[in-house]
Design a protein around this ligand. Structure first.
Ligand code: ATP
Ligand code: MG
Length: 259
């Protein structure tokens, strides 16, 4: 895996969220959310359905307007203007549950679009980077294929490569394996584990608990739009503090054989 451009410096805070509020009409979906993500760390967002995980991730990429609080990136508060977010989206990559590749473009065209058109980088340089990343994920032979010719797992890995080719400093993942067949989940999770090993700063929503346990430096457990629990990955999975988190982990445990 090509190393990310994140040199791990001493506890630099890459992303800082303070008192973030998000509502849809009268419905407060996120209430007073505050946390700091140091560069090079992996934060995993866990919590029951409807607790606000996707909404939070979307706020961090400017896909939702916020009703209160601040989001700062590299020490600068983000002013919330679309122009600012357009610039920041080249530094904050995001991959969703549904692979959002353009169906009418080849894999290479999908990947090259952002770096050459938005970032205006030289095509040959971006192509070299792309070819290296495609080789890393063993998808070089699909360079000129169309998304319809790829499996779900392959599409999702291409979506991740596409985001990485922008050289993001922060990656946001929202249930990227949720719509994959089980045998394709592993290849995507392994790619993400590799990114974590290379100190990519990541915020990850996942229902894959074994993966979460391995990858999380910090777990934020959300319920009803608040951070109910904030612990190191190890502590959260070995001794969650709240009954709510304990019940959540039990509900996510593999089905036992009934003994
Ligand atoms: N566009 C929207 N308009 C109105 N309400 C919304 C919208 N998007 C989300 N919500 C509400 O916000 C709350 C949080 O939703 P969100 O999708 O963030 O939850 P989640 O934690 O990601 O859940 P899941 O695990 O099911 O993906 C829910 O009550 C949901 O109904
Ligand atoms: Mg969600």
């Amino acid at each position: 895996m090509a190393d990310s451009n994140n040199s791990v410096s001493n506890d630099e805070i890459l992303l800082s969220v303070r008192h973030l509020k998000k509502s849809y009409g009268d419905h407060e979906v996120l209430r007073d959310i505050s946390f700091d993500v140091p560069r090079g760390k992996v934060f995993v967002l866990l919590g029951p359905s409807g607790s606000g995980k996707s909404t939070l991730i979307r706020c961090l990429n400017g896909l939702e307007t916020i009703q209160g609080g601040t989001i700062s990136f590299k020490g600068e508060p983000i002013d919330g203007r679309e122009k600012t977010w357009r610039r920041l989206r080249t530094e904050i990559g995001m991959v969703f549950q549904s692979y959002d590749l353009f169906p009418n473009l080849t894999v290479a065209q999908n990947i090259l679009l952002g770096p050459t058109k938005v970032q205006k980088r030289p095509k040959d340089e971006v192509e070299r980077q792309m070819d290296g990343l495609l080789a890393d994920v063993q998808l070089s032979e699909y360079r000129d294929a169309y998304p319809r010719e790829l499996s779900g797992g392959q599409k999702q890995r291409i979506a991740i490569v596409r985001a990485l080719t922008m050289n993001p400093e922060l990656m946001l993942f929202d249930e990227v394996t949720a719509s994959l067949d089980p045998e394709m989940v592993r290849e995507v999770l392994e790619l993400m584990l590799g990114l974590a090993e290379h100190h990519m700063t990541m915020i990850v929503v996942t229902h894959e608990m074994e993966f979460a346990r391995r990858v999380a430096d910090t777990v934020l457990f959300l319920e009803n739009g608040v951070i109910l629990e904030r612990q190191s990955g190890h502590d959260f999975f070995t001794h969650p503090e709240t009954d709510r988190a304990k019940a959540f982990l039990e509900s996510m445990a593999p089905i036992s054989d009934g003994e």
